[in-house]
Design a protein around this ligand. Structure first.
Ligand code: ADP
Length: 590
């Protein structure tokens, strides 16, 4: 039984009890009063009959025997106790007392009913009789005339009490039945009333637990039905709002996931509430970084103070910070306060500008290098030209100066040509072909073209093809002109950096799905630490030597760009003093 059922049953039982008690009390006292009234009336009638039957028998003690007989007779006829009281209150006969015992009966002048009778009124008195020891109702009438005597009748009230007790018993039984009925009714009624309430309670509990598809679905149109409808409406609204929130959240998460910028959100207590994937990648943060502080997670004092500045001020803060771990990076951080939102805090967007800054630096370096390289021959040209203009020089010297002028202008031309070439390849403006190129015959032709220069420096050359490579197997998908240029550059370097009498070998071989050309020399070699950098623009191991040999420092940069543009790779292996091997691999023709 539920608590409400208990309360309802208790209330109904209380009501039934109260009604039974009040009704019982009223019924009981009403019944008693009516019965007494009836007894009084009949006593009065019977008294008058007794008085009539007395005739003129005087109330004197000497006549006690005769009076007793009358009293006893009257008592029998009237079914009551009859007492004769003489003037002054002395009892002269009593149907309940033998004449011999009369002397012991006390004077009755002070009995209320006797006093009233003597004063001419008729009054009842109810009390415990001292003479017979039971509750009695007394009623006295004066004898007619001036005798001052009184006839009193009394009846035993036990019958009335018994009747009242009977009634009380019946009332109690009725009350008990009423109580049981009330309890049963309360149980049934409250059960009926509570069933929809219980359904509503369970539905609400489910809604509170997040099961938003639960409904009461009441068909009743009463107040409970209206409450049920309100609950169902609330459930629908909750479901709609939640779906909307989920959709918005998913959208936001998709946006955050797809962003190239890192996003960090911190709440009003300085704890991370959101870190998108990009941010976690940037700083190698764990998946569960939420809840920690940015200082704990990223360990960067400047970032911490930037976030504090953003949280304190109303203007967004933009700064570029350098991070050394997990990788050296330059990051632009844009942080703004979220003070107009409920949770407060800061949102910061991280943009990795490492590559941008690197490219800027590379461009600056390139401009500086290029201008420097161009200025060197230009300064020489200006110097010699000035000397030629201002001074009268002997013909032989003039000729030598003019020769130097020519050399520098040629170098200037070479530089500009290389720069233009590089810029063309780099910018992608030069469209490279993709045709089948037989690398063996390309290598052969390149060697043939440069033979005079090799011979000039007494360098022996050899062309070798790798094992298992048939005639058609050494064909690559490439641009023939670019391949020529690459081979020419590499062979040119081999000539420049190999002492006279040295050896240069050109090896063409198959390497998986690639065709490889190695240009091997036994020249001066390249120190290990420079190997990684010689493909950079203007990078030279020995500037003076390169320049003296007419080098620009751009040859290998052009080679790398051309090879990579054809989908190939270039690398170098070298031992200082022993020689170098430059390897170019290009995609093989299918
Ligand atoms: P350069 O015009 O100076 O030759 P490159 O870009 O062709 O410019 O070469 C860059 C540098 O690499 C050269 O200055 C030289 O120091 C080194 N180098 C290139 N090829 C060789 C080689 N075969 N042997 C030794 N050093 C080489």
């Amino acid at each position: 039984m539920s608590r409400i059922q208990l309360k309802l049953a208790a209330a109904l039982a209380g009501l039934a009890s109260a009604v039974t008690l009040a009704g019982g009390y009223l019924a009981e006292s009403g019944l008693r009063a009516r019965q007494i009234e009836q007894i009084e009336q009949s006593l009065d009638e019977r008294s008058r009959l007794v008085i009539e039957s007395l005739g003129d028998l005087p109330f004197e003690p000497e006549r006690a025997e005769a009076l007793y007989e009358r009293a006893a007779g009257a008592a029998h006829a009237a079914n009551a106790r009859v007492t004769f009281i003489a003037r002054g209150g002395r009892v002269v006969a009593d149907s309940g007392v033998a004449p011999a015992d009369l002397a012991r009966v006390e004077n009755h002048a002070d009995r209320p009913e006797v006093r009233a009778a003597l004063e001419g009124r008729v009054e009842s008195s109810t009390r415990l009789s001292q003479t017979v020891g039971r509750p009695m109702l007394y009623r006295a009438l004066p004898l007619p005339g001036e005798s001052g005597a009184v006839v009193r009748l009394a009846v035993d009230l036990s019958q009335v009490d018994a009747a009242v007790a009977g009634l009380r018993r019946e009332l109690l039984i009725a009350g008990a039945i009423g109580l049981a009925a009330a309890a049963a009714l309360a149980f049934v009624l409250s059960g009926l009333l509570l069933r929809p309430l219980d359904v509503m309670r369970r539905t609400l509990a489910s809604l509170a637990d997040g099961k938003l598809d639960q409904r009461v679905r009441s068909t009743s149109r009463d107040e409970l039905g209206q409450i049920a409808d309100a609950i169902d409406h609330m459930g629908e609204q909750l479901e709609l709002r939640l779906a909307e929130l989920v959709r918005e959240k998913e959208q936001l998460q998709a946006v955050l996931r797809g962003m190239v910028e890192g996003v960090l959100v911190i709440d009003g207590h300085g704890r991370i509430t959101l870190a998108n994937r990009r941010l976690r990648e940037l700083f190698d943060l764990p998946e569960d970084v939420e809840g920690t502080s940015p200082l704990e997670a990223i360990r960067h004092a400047e970032l911490e103070s930037l976030l504090l500045d953003a949280a304190a001020g109303d203007a967004p803060v933009l700064r570029e910070l350098d991070f050394s771990s997990p990788r050296p990076r330059t990051v632009r951080v844009h942080a703004a306060s979220l003070e107009d939102t409920r949770a407060g805090g800061v949102v910061a967007v991280f943009q990795d500008v490492t590559e941008v800054r690197r490219l800027e630096a590379a461009r600056r370096d390139f401009v500086a290098n290029a201008s420097h390289e161009l200025r060197t021959p230009l300064t020489a040209i200006q110097g010699f030209a000035e000397t030629l203009v201002s001074r009268d020089l002997p013909a032989a010297e003039r000729k030598r100066y003019l020769g130097i002028l020519y050399q520098h202008s040629e170098r200037l031309g070479q530089l500009i040509e290389n720069l233009l070439e590089l810029s063309h390849v780099e910018s992608g403006r030069r469209e490279l072909e993709r045709v089948d190129v037989d690398l063996r015959s390309e290598a052969d032709r390149a060697l043939e073209r440069m033979r005079p220069r090799f011979e000039e420096r007494s360098i022996r050359t050899r062309l070798v093809t790798g094992p298992g490579a048939g005639e058609s197997a050494l064909t690559a998908r490439a641009d023939p002109r670019a391949v020529d240029q690459v081979l020419e550059n590499l062979l040119d370097n081999a000539i420049k950096y190999t002492e006279p009498g040295g050896n240069v070998e050109l090896r063409v071989s198959l390497d998986g799905d690639r065709v490889r050309i190695d240009v091997a020399d036994d020249g001066i070699g390249i120190p290990r630490e420079d190997c990684a950098r010689i493909f950079e623009r203007f990078y030279r191991v020995d500037k003076a030597r390169s320049r003296a040999l007419g080098g620009t420092g751009l040859g290998l940069a052009i080679v790398r760009h051309l090879v990579e543009s054809m989908g190939g790779e270039v690398s170098v292996k070298s031992t200082p003093g022993a020689g170098s091997v430059f390897s170019v691999s290009l995609p093989r023709s299918p």
